[in-house]
Design a protein around this ligand. Structure first.
Ligand SMILES: [Ca+2]
Ligand SMILES: [Ca+2]
Length: 124
């Protein structure tokens, strides 16, 4: 048995907490970033089973940054990069772990906080 009830509960909390973080002008801490990423992947996990599938992503994820639609192939590649243990499924935990190094990249002056300016100039 997977801890589905626990995940459902934490995802409800994350969804309510996220908008306040996203739009505030305050610098983002690593914990904020982790919460934000967790709530993002929980949104993608449409059936709430703790894993994000290509099918779910195709339905829940907005278009690419350039406005074009995600193809199934690109979605599968994107997911494969996040599948840390290579078992063919991407858990929310794996996906968030994959995103965390981005925080350090954005934190240009390494003070543990990412300001709006630092976020805007995130290296791609
Ligand atoms: Ca899922
Ligand atoms: Ca995996």
């Amino acid at each position: 048995m997977k801890p589905v009830a626990f995940l459902a509960l934490t995802s409800a909390i994350a969804i309510f907490a996220a908008p306040a973080l996203a739009q505030s002008g305050k610098p983002m801490t690593k914990a904020d970033f982790e919460k934000q990423q967790t709530s993002k992947y929980k949104r993608y996990d449409a059936n709430g089973d703790g894993t994000v599938t290509a099918d779910e992503l195709m339905k829940t994820r907005p278009n690419r940054a350039d406005g074009s639609a995600w193809t199934l192939e690109a979605t599968q590649k994107w997911l494969a990069r996040r599948d840390a243990n290579g078992d063919g499924t991407v858990t929310v935990v794996e996906a968030v772990a994959f995103e965390m190094p981005r925080f350090d990249k954005m934190d240009a002056n390494k003070d543990g906080k990412v300001t709006a300016d630092e976020r805007a100039s995130e290296p791609k």
